[in-house]
Design a protein around this ligand. Structure first.
Ligand code: NA7
Length: 542
């Protein structure tokens, strides 16, 4: 590690010109900067937060932790980096991931090209100059030839528009905007809305501290125990010695992470064998529970075997049958994100925890001292919104992005996002999205797939430079075909069957379109072919 980090960039000056700007200093933005600088491009990263890390900068709620093994949720572009960094636990905590982010920023001296506390508010394509005019919330306007949106898939917090929200007297928090100094819930009565993965991770810790916790649940969640533990140094050494093979194997996996996918159908084995396989995976504690059989996310009956296994586990863990009944998920397992938990279901055995089902009678309003469900009032001192994000498009929608003819991206995507490979969209030349809708993104091990996107974008820009091309733009026909393909693949699975944020269904009025592309290996191959064929499906111009 370098001794002291360099200072961050000074504020961009009005009219300053860059070869490339990158929006966001999460894992995507940091590596994008590293690659663009290596191409000799004058690059500036703009980051709304006061430090790097993106999702890991903002999501500081109690228990925040990755649910992909840390040894695999890490950059692979530098072998020195992956050899020198030591993860301490099987699943890394948010603070440890943030330390890693800082280490990367130090090691590659990224700080001087990142401007923090600065939000990009607009990016307009100037057709005459073939450049992007980028406005910052400081009022400054700059220009850049390339614009890379590394804005994250889960960065635009969703706070539901429940009447009376402003009336609550006590402090309120959103898990994705947690106070940096932490929150002490000792002796407090706490309410939490939501039971997605942020809630699942924080509920056991808040319950252990608070006088009382009331959980408002709209949809029960399936979770498998994480069985987190300190990493064994011998395992770490073994993985480090075999990193190239491990990484290569992961690229062949549907989600880009080794879930030991079994190739048999759940119907091809006996009931006892199914039970053994599910139990083995329940004991292992990975999201690979869903890889137990080849058809768990395709065939409703196969899926129900897995769902019923988890429901039985919930009934066996939660002592009060009425509470257990409320916690039993009914939807397809996996169509909302499967969670890894640590003592989540057990927490409902605590005398200071109450579960309130708001699936049929929704939260009517927030009151000065709590909230109401129908006519029943619940009182508490503090309120936590674990209500998720406007996923995949939310952060882009917040920026006034305009392409050719002044077309707003938001307008173009009114009926749902349209991209070519989740990397680019027709009418917006030289604008790239990292992990955009239409790429595996949230249905993959995000860090490697971020790297794959960044590498593709950097190689593409390098190609433009060497072939003396000024602009690259997705062709509408290629984009249409890709959007159809993304939908067709999703339609072959059970994913579109429930109201998940993969479909935008958590945001009122958002078009219901399945956004991520399912299948890392075919996706990576398609990207490779497109590049190998001189950026097939794109129009290049000098
Ligand atoms: P999620 O998974 O979107 O969870 C949000 C939760 O909030 C979910 O249980 C929602 O219920 C609930 N919610 C949202 N609005 C309401 C209202 N109005 N009333 C009651 N309940 C509500 O977000 P997370 O932050 O937990 O996780 C996001 C991802 O981050 C996660 O998947 C990982 O990839 C990392 P619903 O299910 O919509 O009925």
């Amino acid at each position: 590690m370098t001794s002291a980090p360099s200072p961050a960039a000074a504020a961009a000056q009005p009219g300053e010109t860059f070869d490339a700007i990158v929006v966001g200093a999460g894992f995507a933005g940091l590596y994008m900067l590293h690659r663009l600088r290596a191409l000799g491009l004058r690059t500036r990263v703009f980051e709304a937060g006061s430090g790097p890390g993106g999702t890991w900068y903002w999501n500081r709620y109690p228990g925040a932790r990755c649910d992909v093994p840390s040894m695999e949720y890490s950059y692979q572009f530098s072998d020195e980096l992956q050899q020198e960094w030591n993860w301490s636990e099987r699943y890394a905590t948010q603070p440890e991931i943030l330390r890693y982010v800082h280490h990367v920023a130090d090691r590659f001296d990224l700080w001087p090209d990142i401007q923090f506390d600065t939000r990009v508010t607009a990016a307009h394509f100037d057709e005459a100059r073939g450049r992007w005019i980028v406005r910052l919330d400081t009022g400054t306007e700059i220009t850049a030839r390339f614009c890379v949106m590394a804005t994250g898939c889960l960065s635009s917090a969703n706070i539901p528009d429940i009447p009376g929200r402003e009336d609550f007297r006590g402090p309120t928090y959103h898990t994705g905007h947690w106070p940096h100094e932490g929150v002490d819930f000792t002796g407090q009565r706490v309410g939490i809305i939501g039971t997605g993965s942020s809630a699942l991770q924080s509920i056991p810790l808040i319950a252990a501290q608070a006088a009382h916790l009331t959980v408002f649940q709209r949809t029960p969640t399936y979770a498998v125990p994480a069985r987190n533990a300190p990493l064994d140094p011998a395992d770490v050494a073994r993985i480090k010695a075999h990193y190239p093979e491990i990484r290569a194997r992961n690229w062949q996996e549907p989600f880009g992470v080794d879930f030991h996918q079994r190739s048999e159908s759940a119907h091809a084995v006996s009931a006892e064998e199914r039970e053994r396989e599910f139990e083995k995976r329940w004991q292992e504690g990975t999201l690979g529970f869903l890889a137990a059989f080849s058809d768990l996310l395709i065939d409703p009956q196969a899926n129900d075997y897995a769902a019923e296994f988890i429901r039985r586990k919930i009934r066996s863990i939660v002592k009060d049958p009425a509470t257990a009944g409320k916690l039993l998920p009914k939807q397809v397992v996996g169509c909302k994100r499967l969670c890894l938990d640590t003592q989540y279901y057990e927490t409902f055995n605590r005398p200071n925890v109450t579960l309130v089902d708001v699936s049929e009678t929704p939260i009517a309003c927030i009151t000065p001292d709590g909230l109401k469900v129908g006519d029943t009032g619940y009182t508490f001192d503090r309120l936590v919104f674990a209500t998720g994000f406007d996923a995949m498009t939310g952060a882009l929608d917040k920026i006034d992005i305009r392409g050719r003819g002044g077309l707003a991206l938001k307008e173009k995507w009114r009926a749902g996002p349209r991209t070519y490979l989740g990397l680019a969209t027709a009418g917006f030349p030289n604008l790239f999205t990292v992990s955009g809708p239409g790429s595996p993104s949230v249905l993959s091990n995000m860090l490697p797939t971020i790297e794959q996107h960044v590498n593709w974008i950097a190689d593409c820009i390098g190609y433009l430079e060497t072939h003396r091309q000024r602009l690259i733009e997705a062709r509408t026909e290629a984009e249409d075909a890709w959007v159809d393909h993304v939908n067709e693949v999703a339609g072959m699975t059970l994913y579109p069957r429930c109201n998940s944020w993969y479909l935008g269904a958590n945001i009122p009025g958002k078009p219901r379109i399945f956004m991520p592309y399912i299948g890392v290996p075919p996706y990576v191959e398609k990207c490779r072919q497109v590049a190998a064929n001189g950026y097939e499906g794109f129009a290049l111009s000098a």
